[in-house]
Design a protein around this ligand. Structure first.
Ligand SMILES: C[S@@+](CC[C@H](N)C(=O)[O-])C[C@H]1O[C@@H](n2cnc3c(N)ncnc32)[C@H](O)[C@@H]1O
Length: 339
């Protein structure tokens, strides 16, 4: 993690100041060390360049555990299926199987093969309109950041699709964040492979309990990350607390009258961030003024299931064909809330 982060970070549990013990550095990065809260004495390790600011009760996996995914375990136990997935020409597989093959390559750290499989899979999994709206939002966001020189904090970065694009096109420092230590460790190796690890920091934390000082962050982003974060009101409360400048999130919304998908969104408690009017109301209620720019509509279909990995699914949504409204959701402190 970049050493400038030391000035921005606080204890995510009680918001106390931190004492730092830095054991190993490389250039402007902290590789190994520990931050300890002056108030509640919780300690947060930095290991292999990744800052772990997860709360002990967050229910996340053990920080240092290296577990093979269910998929890799399944293939180890079923060598015949492994051969049919990994040992045949890529183009003979169904799009969903191509996607799973990318996951396996990635776990084996065969990054070039993972990239190839993923990119072939995407064109069979998503409609052209879906992919072009997504690309349009990514490009729009990158253009909007052309003159930025402040550090950018990306929330729920996952496997870092957006972080990767930003780091390849801009010079400002980027902080990739996610509450999964496993994803962070994978990103460390992936970003090294891409040659961008000197400009990207990795922080593991829960977006509903952020380890940042009040009004400390000028630029924050997310790429389709918001609906994944359970507890939208806690997330927005934290966003309002830490945000000094602008939050820009690539987002898509479901139509108000799409009863089939909305029923599932309701059951899974996902409606707030996936229905535009509800998202707008939730941001405003939290004291954040919100606007939706670069709007773009696309047909979206349920993602296909595996053939070799029989019946295995990719995205849980949509469950029925729909028209998604894509946009860049932009939020800042509302002027009412500022005074
Ligand atoms: C599908 S990814 C989003 C795509 C990603 N932004 C990209 O550009 O590739 C969603 C991520 O949200 C993360 N996530 C879910 N809940 C979270 C939380 N409360 N705090 C931080 N990350 C969270 C998950 O671990 C997952 O990696």
């Amino acid at each position: 993690m970049h050493d400038f982060l030391v000035d921005l970070l606080i204890c995510p549990k009680c918001y106390g100041e931190l004492d730092w013990q830095i054991e190993q550095r490389s250039l402007n990065h902290i590789e190994k060390g520990e931050a300890r809260c002056q108030v509640c004495h919780t300690s947060y390790p930095v290991q292999d360049g990744i800052g772990y600011f997860l709360l002990p009760d967050s229910g996340r996996e053990d920080l240092w555990q290296e577990v093979d995914s269910h998929l890799v375990q399944h293939l180890q136990q079923n060598p015949e299926i492994e051969k049919r997935l990994m040992g045949v020409p890529l183009e003979t597989l169904s799009p969903a199987d191509q996607f799973f093959r990318a996951m396996v390559h990635e776990e084996r750290e065969e990054f070039e093969l993972a990239e190839e499989s993923q990119s072939v899979a995407n064109s069979g999994i998503y409609t052209d309109a879906y992919l072009s709206c997504w690309q349009s939002q990514t490009k729009y966001l990158m253009d909007r950041l052309a003159s930025n020189d402040k550090p950018l904090i990306d929330l729920a970065s996952g496997r870092g699709y957006l972080v990767e694009k930003l780091a390849q096109n801009h010079d400002f420092p980027i902080v990739a964040t996610d509450f999964s230590p496993k994803v962070m460790r994978r990103n460390r190796r992936w970003f090294e492979y891409l040659g961008i690890s000197d400009r990207v920091s990795l922080l593991a934390f829960d977006a509903t309990k952020m380890p940042f000082k009040d009004a400390s962050l000028e630029i924050m982003t997310s790429n389709l990350g918001l609906p994944n974060i359970k507890g939208p009101s806690e997330l927005l409360h934290e966003l309002r607390r830490v945000l000094a400048g602008r939050f820009m999130s690539i987002t898509h919304f479901y139509p108000v009258d799409d009863n089939q998908n909305r029923e599932l969104l309701r059951q899974a408690n996902l409606e707030t961030m996936l229905v535009r009017d509800l998202a707008s109301a939730a941001f405003e209620q939290s004291g954040l003024q919100v606007e939706f720019t670069n709007i773009c509509l696309s047909l979206a279909e349920p993602t296909p299931v595996g053939v070799v990995l029989e019946g295995a699914g990719i995205d849980a949504l949509p469950v029925a064909e729909t028209n998604l409204e894509w946009c860049l959701l932009e939020a800042q402190q509302s002027s009412k809330a500022k005074h």
